[in-house]
Design a protein. Sequence first.
Length: 268
Amino acid sequence: MPFRVSFFVTLTGDREGGWSENYWSNLPDLPTTIGVATNARPLLGGCHGIGCQIPWVRIATVPGFRQVKLLRFPSFPASHWLPGQDADYATTGVNMKITGNNQSYVYEWMTGTPDNIISLGGHYIPTPAFTTSFNLWVAELTNANRGWSLRISDPTNVWKDVLSIDQAGVVTCLAHGYNTNDQVRISRTQNLTQANGVWKVINIDADHFSLQRWIAPTTPTPWAGRPRCRRLTPVMTPINTVQIVEATSHRRGRPPYQLTGRRKARKR
């Protein structure tokens, strides 16, 4: 069973809490996943700066993200970090492009990295020590025997033209092939824009399906544009490469699109 592995990172002495860095494991059972996550923790910790601890690792099932195990660990000793690897979560982070099979990729922020690998202008200038630590983490993620994977939408699911969407949330799409409770993304709908997004569907017949939890507009709104739909079927693909493509600026605050942590830099 695939698992989601969340490494919870905290910054010692920071009262504003911490954050999680999440990865996917495609290993077949929980005990093996626990072993891999336990061994991976210090490797990930080696990419973070002084004071960044990983006290918990949460393992959850992929369907429903139900927690199945919460692992607790002692703090890293002072010898875990090299001198000069100070970190400030609010202003230090790198964005990784993680690539799998079929040119699929995702972006993942690693925050709490050492201050000295990023210039004030936000340029990534890795030190030899960080390069060594990061390469060890990349080797862990790209080792097929370790089970780390990307979770992406099945690229073989193609977009299909939508012929109509009525006020009751019934969609006409010839030979859609969807089953009840499939997740389907609808896009490019104009006027009746509430139809755009990801929906669980109910199969009516070969050419029609309805949108679960659809709320009819209070004012009749005809659809327009050239809407299309696509089934979202998650699949796991092995990780092939990991590279850093972006870094934060020390003057800007937390990474863009990051939903937790401080937005403003600390006052000096």
